[in-house]
Design a binder for this molecule. Structure first.
Ligand SMILES: [Fe+2]
Length: 141
């Protein structure tokens, strides 16, 4: 499991979503790395990709709502990072479909997605927790 408890923000909804994302990206990477032929794993890869595409949008919305609720000063910058990521995922996904489900494209994307997730949750999202700690605000969750 790629998840580490130190990634927790102390916000139950957001933490549960982060854990779910790590689980799905983990599964995605395991499928991509397995020794099966591409034809045998493409269906599972596509399923997980579709799930991640939808889940990421929902999670970002919830996390942004929390940031607004606590008056997080870096909300706009953070929202921009989220929307850039959504755009990137949608672009790759479209490219992937147009390529007829290119394995190479998904292998590259998987690595980038994993690196982005770890970096974002471990660094960028932790700044929210640091703000809460510093200001003593907690929101409603
Ligand atoms: Fe975030």
């Amino acid at each position: 499991m790629l998840w580490k408890d130190k990634y927790e923000l102390g916000v139950p909804t957001v933490d549960a979503q982060h854990k779910e994302l790590f689980k799905r990206v983990d599964l995605f990477m395991q499928t991509l790395r397995s020794n099966l032929d591409w034809d045998d794993k493409v269906e599972r890869v596509n399923e997980t990709l579709e799930f991640i595409k939808g889940y990421v949008v929902e999670h970002f919305k919830d996390e942004e709502a929390y940031q607004q609720q606590i008056g997080y000063p870096e909300y706009s910058a953070h929202q921009k990072i989220h929307s850039d990521m959504v755009l990137y995922v949608l672009q790759v996904s479209e490219q992937y479909e147009n390529s007829g489900f290119s394995e190479q494209l998904m292998q590259q994307f998987g690595g980038k997605l994993l690196a982005w997730l770890i970096n974002h949750v471990a660094a960028e999202d932790q700044r929210i927790a640091a703000y809460v700690k510093e200001k003593g605000v907690a929101g409603n969750e």
